[in-house]
Design a protein around this ligand. Sequence first.
Ligand code: PAF
Length: 320
Amino acid sequence: MRIAIIGPGALGCLFASLLFPKSKSADDSLWLLDHNQERANLLTVQGILYETDKGQERYQIPVFSDLQAINSTDIVLFCVKSQDLEDCLQSYLPLLSPQTLLVFLQNGISHLDIQERLKLPTAPAFASSSEGATLLGPGHVLHVGKGGTFLGFLSDPTERHQKQLSELARILQDAGLDVALSQDIRSQLWAKLFINAGINPLTALYNRTNGQLLTSCASRTRLKNIVQEAETVARASGITISVDPLKATLAVCMGTARNISSMLQDRRHQRPTEIDAINGAVIREGKRVGIPTPFNEEVVLLIKKMEEKYAQDTTMTAII
Ligand code: PAF
């Protein structure tokens, strides 16, 4: 299997590290793509450093920025931030054959309508993963917590793509991940959305790890209100909910207690966050189905203020 992973962020580096040791036969290849050429060169030289509680491994994964890897791949896994996916697809799509399986791994749900807007040549697959991964530096990922990963299609795939997705699931399972194919990926994406809606903005606002969110009454109450509000929206939208969203969110806080959430990592690096794709998407869906969303609106406002402050204040403290 020839796999390209686009985006050397926390999840991109995590999946690359887990897949690389498995890509050993002549037919197997793994590439990482980074639009930033300087960083791609650095990562090729230094390798990708994968760290867990048990120690570190360094993998010499080829990292490209010039797209040469793309035109001969079976699977392209897009691990870029939700807000960058559309631009990324615009530049990569002309290079991809319709045989290539596209897999989108983004937080939130705002990327779901992308296939309609961009008129993709084939149905992409969607992934939802609750693995806890923190990027400690360029190409250095800390795998801090185990979570489930689901893969599935929103519309009918070709037989070839269905097989490719099953093969990807098998390789990831061999790499030690808890992976399942889902017949209802939309509900899995919502299940992950509940978790991100509760954890991500609050970890960023309070400047706390996922586990630390549970240590104060104020943050626990806010988390509960946000998640339950999102659940009400989802139910009104007809989303199937098979696991209690609040219980699941609390379980992820505990299972990835030391994790610096992706939004807190964004805050610490003063990057734009995925708030629009997460809590923003809950608000938009709430409007569509007539459910008020004051708790989600509040955190969206606060995160936007935080983003505005990036430019002015480099030593910002929590906005609470
Ligand atoms: O965005 C994140 O950080 C992750 O999706 C999660 C599951 C909240 C763990 O930190």
